[in-house]
Design a binder for this molecule. Structure first.
Ligand SMILES: O=C(O)c1ccc[n+]([C@@H]2O[C@H](COP(=O)([O-])O)[C@@H](O)[C@H]2O)c1
Ligand SMILES: Cc1cc2nc[nH]c2cc1C
Length: 345
């Protein structure tokens, strides 16, 4: 094995990007022929600080919570669906459960603040911040204490576990409204530029949602810092996911960011701790209007374009095999030298 292919994690000097790139370039393939998988492999090597990375183990954490705004009519579905879907996750019937089985990922479901009595079920992690958020059209969604608690619980969950890859998903009727407002305020953009149909509003529904979100946006300054944006407009699940992304990144995990709502959380996380951005892999571009704006702001190139807009972490789970393959490629693929293959003429 060439010295540049040995595990450099134990050494005191950091593995440089040029060492990583030359290890990738020395694999038995034309230069750059594995395209975005090479970029991904380089990112993983940089996160793990090794030329023999591994991304075999994956856990999806789904954060569920309700939104006061949902009662104002910003979604095509009733608020009760959040709670009903929690039971669907627990009985393993949701898309996220099916995809997790398909790719060999573990799932944990977290009640971050679903409306109604606390759900007592040993399969559910109870981290309730409240009984749904306040209606952010009229007042701050959360108290400063609630934001702090949500970020802290999320951070502990992100740190928890030994999996190499952390996927985060969400479930919350009304949370595209919350995510649009959080992202708009962090970016200083008019909220209408990142407002979409969510679960499937028709034209009238979209007009109504846009008008309500504009009213919500006018309550506060045009631009807010990430914590203030979460307090004014965030959902408990979005704030907890933000904390989880920060915790997982600090713990050295690869963080796969799912769709529109998860990207709003990733944006907040990257503003709170800019170094967390290096650990984020963007799974897909959601069909939700406005996702591209958030991805652009994060300078993110998503791996997949599947016209999906489900959430739950479904896109992140589908991207996991690509992440695992990228790590496998760098770790296991022969170099020109080791395989005795001639380089370019
Ligand atoms: O992740 C996405 O890109 C995405 C886009 C649109 C909708 N969703 C999901 O739909 C729900 C929110 O939609 P809505 O219309 O109730 O705001 C919530 O449970 C999300 O998981 C998710
Ligand atoms: C049925 C349903 C499932 C979901 N999963 C994530 N968001 C959702 C929204 C609805 C409405």
């Amino acid at each position: 094995m060439r010295s540049s292919e040995t595990d450099l994690q134990t050494g005191s000097s950091a593995l440089s990007l040029s060492e990583i790139q030359s290890a990738i370039d020395n694999k038995t393939k034309p230069l750059g022929a594995l395209g975005e998988i090479e970029t991904l492999a380089a990112q993983i090597a940089n996160i793990q600080q090794t030329l023999t990375p591994q991304a075999d183990t994956c856990r999806l954490t789904i954060f569920a919570a309700d939104h006061g705004m949902a009662l104002a009519g910003v979604s095509a579905f009733p608020q009760a669906v959040t709670r009903q879907m929690v039971f669907n996750f627990l009985t393993e019937g949701a898309a996220a459960n099916v995809f997790a089985r398909s790719v060999g990922a573990e799932i944990q479901v977290v009640d971050a603040g679903v409306c109604g009595d606390p759900i007592i079920d040993e399969r559910l992690l109870q981290k309730r911040i409240g009984n749904g958020t306040a209606n952010a059209i009229e007042r701050p969604a959360m108290t400063p204490d609630q934001v702090r608690s949500a970020l802290a619980s999320g951070s502990a969950l992100g740190h928890d576990g030994n999996e190499a890859v952390a996927c985060f998903g969400e479930m919350g009727i009304g949370n595209t409204s919350s995510a649009s407002l959080v992202a708009a305020k962090v970016l200083g953009l008019p909220v209408t530029e990142i407002t979409g149909r969510g679960t499937g509003l028709d034209d009238d529904g979209l007009q109504r949602k846009s008008a309500l979100l504009e009213i919500a946006a006018t309550r506060t300054d045009a631009q807010l810092d990430a914590k203030a944006a979460l307090q004014e407009y965030g959902g408990f699940e979005i704030a907890m996911m933000t904390g989880a992304m920060l915790g997982a990144a600090a713990a050295g995990k690869i963080v796969i960011v799912d769709g529109f709502i998860a990207s709003a959380a990733a944006l907040a996380a990257s503003r709170i701790a800019p170094e967390s951005r290096a650990n984020m892999v963007f799974a897909h571009q959601s069909a939700e209007a406005g996702h591209a704006r958030i991805l652009d702001a994060l300078e993110a190139r998503p791996l997949l374009q599947l016209n999906m807009r489900l959430g739950e972490g479904t896109g992140a789970l589908l991207a996991f095999p690509l992440v695992r393959a990228a790590a496998d490629m760098l770790r296991d693929m022969a170099s020109f030298e080791s395989a005795g293959v001639s380089g370019p003429a």
